[in-house]
Write a protein that binds this ligand. Structure first.
Ligand code: CAA
Length: 255
């Protein structure tokens, strides 16, 4: 199986499992990622975690051997497929964490960028090296990287194709944390910092922040007001405020 979906406690873990090709993304794996996201969402997971098998790579990008020799139409179809699947992940109401445990290049970093958060092991190395192949990123890298680290830094990474090590990635906000030991266990601990809260309200917060990237502030503030009003209609907000007043711990029901 080139993709594994496993349950660990309240989380679903998706492991890219082609270590002999540094977990490079071929068409089959991208389709499998879409199916695994749907399956995990149906199973009522509190967060999705992505990682790579083999200890050397998270994912070395799109499978270059598969890309070579593609016609224009095939290339466009493949880019559209990857973009569709990564957009599904990006817009999923369930949060996701990429546990980057080694190389994350090209489509591999783009997968991580479609996750809500990224954490990295100290040996992690990241980049969008497509320019070295005379190509440009095709799975959302040109759109999501500037939103995460800013336009100048993103342009520099994309135009030089240079590799960013874990420490720099943390400094520029490309990853949230550098973690020691088992990347998935660390990802679970990281996810629990927010998945203990109401999942639907977390989704509203995320939607508000994501809309900030593509709307003028006047529109964004209206969206925020609407989503804020929606949050105030949940049972969980009543519980959260009651628990505060009664000086007890809140018990959220995701409702
Ligand atoms: N596609 C297909 N196979 C890949 C691959 C990829 N992206 N990356 C690595 N592999 C394969 C290698 O061909 C090699 O296979 P063989 O043993 O059969 O030769 C195996 O994985 C191990 O790789 P290396 O021997 O190269 O390992 P290394 O430790 O010397 O180097 C690396 C590691 C720096 C990550 C190097 O493999 C590398 O540069 N890989 C390509 C990274 C890249 O350019 N990614 C972008 C792809 S294009 C893309 O992703 C477009 C997009 O936006 C969708």
């Amino acid at each position: 199986m080139i993709l594994e979906l496993t349950r660990r406690d309240e989380f679903s873990v998706i492991t890219l499992n082609r270590p002999e090709a540094l977990n490079a993304l071929n068409t089959e794996m991208i389709a499998d990622i879409a199916a695994a996201i749907d399956e995990a969402a149906k199973a009522g997971t509190r967060a999705l975690l992505f990682t790579g098998a083999g200890g050397k790579a998270f994912c070395a990008g799109a499978d270059i051997k598969e890309l070579l020799g593609r016609s224009v139409i095939e290339s466009k179809r493949f880019a559209a497929l990857g973009q569709r699947v990564f957009a599904k992940l990006d817009t999923l109401p369930i949060p996701s964490v990429a546990a980057i445990n080694g190389y994350a290049f090209g489509g591999g970093l783009e997968l991580a960028l479609a996750c809500t958060f990224r954490i990295a092991t100290p040996n992690a190395k990241m980049g969008l090296p497509e320019i070295k192949l005379a190509a440009i990123p095709g799975y959302g890298g040109t759109q999501r990287l500037p939103r995460v680290i800013g336009e100048a830094r993103a342009l520099e990474m994309i135009m030089t194709g240079r590799t960013v090590a874990a420490e720099e990635a943390e400094r520029i906000g490309l990853v949230s944390r550098i973690v020691e030991g088992d990347a998935v266990a660390a990802g679970m601990a990281f996810a629990r910092e927010f998945t203990k809260y109401s999942l639907p309200v977390l989704a509203l917060a995320r939607e508000a922040v994501m809309r900030a990237g593509d709307t003028p502030i006047s529109e964004g503030l209206k969206i925020e007001a609407d989503l804020n009003t929606l949050a105030f209609q949940t049972e969980d907000v009543q519980e959260g405020m009651s628990a505060f007043i009664e000086k007890r711990e809140a018990k959220f029901k995701d409702a």
